[in-house]
Design a protein around this ligand. Structure first.
Ligand SMILES: O=C(O)CCC(=O)C(=O)O
Ligand SMILES: [Fe+2]
Length: 330
């Protein structure tokens, strides 16, 4: 059975870690973060100084204005798969379901700031000047957490900072603005998801959600980055503005010789009678620069560049699901 068919949910704790006074409390925070990465795969940061709750709210307001632009405007920066940039709608087909996510999204990369992949609509003149500092702040917070992982794995503290240089032209880290469409009155078959079950391919994802706009669920129980989450218990992660939901991606799971867990997660399609209006979220995917070599301290997996790793992860996921027949969704 593919992961898309699983529906059971069970409350399981997602650790909440306060990062207030990060510099002074670093050792204490590091213990909690490492334990969460080993045991949970997902954890929530709270009380971060930056990005602040007000800055996150400002980003959501901007995102809402962006997605309310006419399709003709949004199409001016179309999704370019090879570059992972631009706007798409209902086009991301998940291997777990074979069906498109019920969402639209815009992918932005810092080193391309101001080029044709960034929207430049005169009705939102402040778009880039609001998004760029938000990316910088989220990147800085990500580097604090990745520095903890570097030390835990026996690497120099700035190891992952150097590996994620977003100013370089081969940078792969991406900010994704997400809008799950208003589906009021529509009942989708149970095989449809706002985001189908998947793992992230990156090192670390930082996700911002809005209070009241729930739907994210996670599936604990993945043992190796090459195996598939077929556990039957999904845990809802409540949406709260200001918190930062973190999850380990496949790249860091491989880089840590499977010590840190990359979990399956999904976003439910609410049914009639539930809150079916729009849902907004913002995700920042930390992906190492293309030429960086992923070499775990124990050497469990063959050495790959971050570029090849992403390409292989996509191929592996599709191949595995084709074998188990999960592409023929019910
Ligand atoms: O919108 C969410 O809550 C999750 C999005 C997600 O998992 C993704 O874009 O990879
Ligand atoms: Fe994801």
């Amino acid at each position: 059975m593919g992961v898309g068919a699983e529906t059971a949910t069970k409350e399981r704790k997602v650790p909440k870690i306060s990062v207030h006074n990060f510099a002074e409390r670093k050792d204490e925070i590091a213990k909690e973060v490492v334990r969460a990465a080993e045991e949970n795969g997902f954890f929530i940061l709270e009380n971060q100084e930056s990005p602040s709750v007000a800055e996150i709210e400002e980003m959501f307001a901007l995102s809402e204005r962006y997605f309310s632009l006419p399709v003709t405007k949004k199409s001016e920066t179309p999704f370019i798969k090879a570059e992972n940039t631009g706007w798409e709608t209902c086009s991301q087909v998940r291997p777990s379901t074979g069906l498109p996510d019920q969402k639209e999204s815009l992918q932005l990369q810092y080193h391309r700031l101001g080029d044709r992949t960034w929207p430049q609509d005169p009705s939102i003149p402040e778009f880039a000047q609001t998004v760029a500092p938000f990316m910088e702040k989220t990147h800085a917070l990500s580097m604090n957490i990745l520095s903890i992982f570097a030390l835990a794995l026996g690497f120099p503290e700035d190891f992952f900072v150097k590996a994620h240089d977003v100013s370089r032209t081969d940078a792969q880290s991406t900010l994704r603005l997400l809008h799950y469409h208003d589906i009021t009155g529509n009942q989708f078959p149970s095989s449809y998801w706002r985001a189908g079950p998947h793992t992230d391919y990156d090192c670390l994802t930082m996700l911002f959600q809005k209070t009241g706009e729930d739907g994210l669920e996670i599936c604990p129980g993945r043992e190796a980055h090459t195996s598939f989450g077929t556990g039957d218990h999904w845990t809802p992660v409540k949406a709260r503005t200001g918190e930062v939901v973190c999850n380990i991606g496949d790249m860091l799971m491989a880089w840590s010789d499977d010590r840190f867990k990359s979990l399956y997660h999904r976003v439910r399609c609410p049914g009639v009678g539930e809150r079916q209006t729009s849902r907004y979220s913002i995700a920042y995917f930390n992906q190492a620069n293309k030429d960086v070599e992923i070499r775990g301290p124990l050497g469990k997996y063959p050495v790959l560049t971050a570029h090849k790793y992403i390409l292989d992860a996509i191929k592996r996921n599709y191949g595995e699901f084709e074998k188990v027949g999960a592409l023929t969704a019910t």
